[in-house]
Design a protein around this ligand. Sequence first.
Ligand code: NAD
Ligand code: UDP
Length: 321
Amino acid sequence: MGRVLITGGAGFLGSHLCERLVAAGHDIICLDNFFTSQKSNVAHLLDKPNFELIRHDITQPVWLEVDEVYNLACPAAPGHYQYNPIKTIKTSVMGAINVLGMAKRCRAKVLQASTSEVYGDPEIHPQTESYRGSVNPIGPRACYDEGKRAAESLFMDYKRMNGVNIRIVRIFNTYGPHMHPYDGRVVSNFIRQALSGEDITIFGNGEQTRSFCYRDDLVEGLLRMMDAPDDFTGPVNLGNPDEFSIRQLADLVLEITGSASSLVNKDLPIDDPIRRQPDISLAKEALSWSPATCLREGLQQTIDWFRTIDWSNYRPPTPNY
Ligand code: NAD
Ligand code: UDP
């Protein structure tokens, strides 16, 4: 069983990845600065002999001996990553340099959690890995999009220059239990609003689309990519190709929760992508992976979890971050 470092391991995706790898018997080091998460996401793992939690900021070097690294540390929700955009790009770029330097020294395999945002507001649909993207480099989303693009470039250069064993996955909108209820992402917002009887806030006319992947499916894709043959570095898209308009998502959340909340329209944020859908042919072929959970089923699980938590235990990003 390997020693595995998960940066951002206390977050939404990271905490589920920790659970899966702890259960499989690996030695897990979860590293996080808790900017967008809290210890409660991994509290149930703390008494396991094969789980360690380190509070650390990945913009600072880290010295550990591990066999595999999943690099997930980075705020992912637009409200979170735009809160301190300079810190966001530092986290992507310096975080990549720090994990790659460590992987080079201890010959670890290292997987980068990249994003569909590298495609920006895409001109081709659905998005294939060969598409180079349409990102506004000076807009409010650039701290995240360009940070992730620079990280991909660093990963490829460490492979070409130093032979580091890398993998890059481009994750499309993923949702599920352990999302931060105040992260401002569309699924968490709509569920929280529906359950509390607040208005459901549709940005723009709601005709923009996203393709929503359930957490368990996505984490299965991460595990398969880490275990893929060394000559398959990616980038590979991971996401659910079922495409929905934001308006359709709102209707489905209202139906499943039985909420009487009203739909209200707000301004569409700057540079908000109009359409997004992954082409997952490569993941199907190279990883034998495709998502198994439909949106209705995944939303039901997520809503059930939102009903069990005390929202007052979740805080917004800390102001002195
Ligand atoms: P999340 O915000 O729940 O998790 C990110 C984790 O990283 C948090 O625990 C946060 O505290 C930690 N973190 C942030 N900055 C850090 C720093 N400087 N040092 C150490 N830890 C830090 O988000 P998530 O949805 O779980 O996303 C995980 C990864 O997957 C991110 O890299 C994100 O960009 C990527 N991703 C997620 C999605 C999605 O839809 N969930 C889509 C595309 C890409
Ligand atoms: N959105 C919305 N209402 C909300 C939050 C988000 O209509 O309360 C829209 C947002 O404008 C975008 C889509 O939902 O078009 C997905 O937003 P999210 O922040 O979840 O992720 P993105 O894919 O934009 O990074």
